[in-house]
Design a binder for this molecule. Structure first.
Ligand code: PLP
Length: 427
């Protein structure tokens, strides 16, 4: 299976049915699993035998879908979470404790920023946000003795900046900490961050992986390459006995390939419980089966939309990594040679009011607080999610009053362009 190409993995990795077994990954809709003796279950609790005992920790449907995502990213272990937010939180909290610190790209999804800068700050974890375009020296300067991880997004939502993964990985490794990359917008079809030095990958599977607005979900994948045992003082949770789990030392018992995900499952999932339902994991798997087909179409449609918008007289500016003039085009050519994603940001001439009129004129695209869906959707933050803010406040938050975030779907491109043309005509 490891030798197969990504489109084949999207269909077959993670689950090989035996003779007479269901061809689709079965939905194991059970919270509990039966055993004949207490000793058998005791061995599972001690992590001495593998098997299922309670779905909050592990479930066969969820594990098979996680194994598929693991294969797509080229990792050694993976887990599903109930949302992308839970994946971001677990990925960091698994190795960073109160009093410690994370270096983070400033160009990340607003919900992740809030999680880090507000909620995790209240837990005593501090973050230094760096401009992703910073020099290696500026990046180096952000580290502290108590830094335990570096975080960034392959393609940032909604800024659409492309992360220089090698630059961030080199800085992280020079300081003896892992690089965690949120690969939601690129998906493993367009970029596999492990190939560029990232150590851990996270996803909001709610986006392209699910692709049909069916199920909120997240995933964490470990490359198995970061050597925690070289820095036992930095990562005691992985390198010394976990008294809350029968004294197991994760790196000793599960090796570098399994320690990080086993700890996140045995400890964080046990205590915090953000598991997806097996039904949602099943929906996610259906989405994964067609991911390469959809990503290619999202990218070609978005490229056509970005080029159309760029030449339109009523459009003030366009941001899309696939445009030759885009600030991140060179990074996109390096890290995303097959295409970036389906999201295009642009400004309508005439500012906030004009953008509102544009939105009102759309017929095909839905106004939705969502991106990365098969159906084209669009959001004007200044008249929706950020409507309480003045133009000055919006600019300070990095959201231009005229900014429209267009998530280009997989409809016929001629119909998407006709919708844009019609709506711009009414501005
Ligand atoms: N990461 C990125 C890049 C996102 O765009 C989002 C949501 O939009 C998240 C994480 C959070 O994911 P979820 O909404 O599944 O919790």
């Amino acid at each position: 299976m490891d030798q197969t190409r990504i489109a084949t993995k999207c269909l077959h990795a993670g689950y090989v049915p035996g003779n007479g077994e269901p061809r689709n990954i079965p939905i194991v809709q059970s919270t509990t699993f039966r055993y004949a003796t207490g000793e058998q279950m005791g061995a599972l609790f001690d992590l001495e035998a593998s098997g299922y005992f309670y779905t909050r920790l592990q479930n066969p449907t969820n594990d098979r879908v996680a194994a598929k995502i693991c294969a797509l990213e080229g990792g050694t272990a993976a887990m599903l979470t109930a949302s992308g937010q839970a994946a971001s939180f677990y990925a960091i909290f698994n190795i960073v404790s109160c009093g410690e610190h994370v270096v983070c790209s400033s160009s990340i999804y607003g919900g992740t920023y809030n999680l880090f800068a507000v909620t995790m700050k209240r837990m005593g974890i501090s973050f230094t946000f760096v401009d992703p375009a910073c020099t290696p020296q500026e990046l180096d300067y952000a580290f502290r003795p108590e830094t335990r991880a570096v975080f960034g997004e392959t393609i940032a939502n909604p800024a659409l900046t492309v992360l220089d993964i090698e630059k961030f990985a080199q800085a992280a490794h020079a300081h003896g900490v892992p690089l965690i990359v949120d690969n939601t917008f690129a998906t493993p079809v367009n970029c596999r961050p492990f190939a560029w030095g990232a150590d851990i990958v996270t996803h909001s599977t709610t986006k392209y992986m699910d692709g049909h607005a069916n199920a909120v979900g997240g995933a964490i994948v470990d490359s198995g390459r970061f050597d925690w045992t070289r820095y036992p003082d930095k990562f005691p949770g992985l390198c010394t006995p976990d008294e809350s789990y029968h004294g197991v030392t994760y790196t000793e018992r599960f090796g570098l390939e399994g320690a990080y995900i086993t700890k996140a499952t045995a400890q964080l999932m046990r205590d915090l419980g953000s598991i997806p339902s097996p039904q949602n994991a099943y929906y996610l798997n259906i989405g994964l089966e067609t991911l390469p087909l959809r990503m290619a179409r999202h990218c070609s449609n978005a490229q056509a939309a970005a080029e159309f918008l760029q030449q339109h007289p009523k459009v003030a500016w366009v941001r899309y990594p696939g445009l030759p003039g885009d600030a991140c085009h060179a990074l996109a050519e390096k890290y995303l040679p097959q295409g970036s994603c389906g999201v295009v940001s642009f400004g309508v001439q005439g500012g906030r009011e004009a953008a509102s009129r544009f939105m009102a004129g759309l017929e095909l695209a839905s106004i939705a607080t969502h991106v990365a869906d098969a159906k084209t959707c669009v959001l004007h933050p200044a008249s929706t999610t950020h409507r309480q803010m003045s133009d000055g406040e919006l600019s300070a938050a990095g959201v231009a009053p005229d900014l429209v975030r267009l998530s280009v779907g997989i409809e016929d491109p001629a119909d998407i362009l006709a919708d844009l043309e019609r709506a711009l005509g009414g501005v």
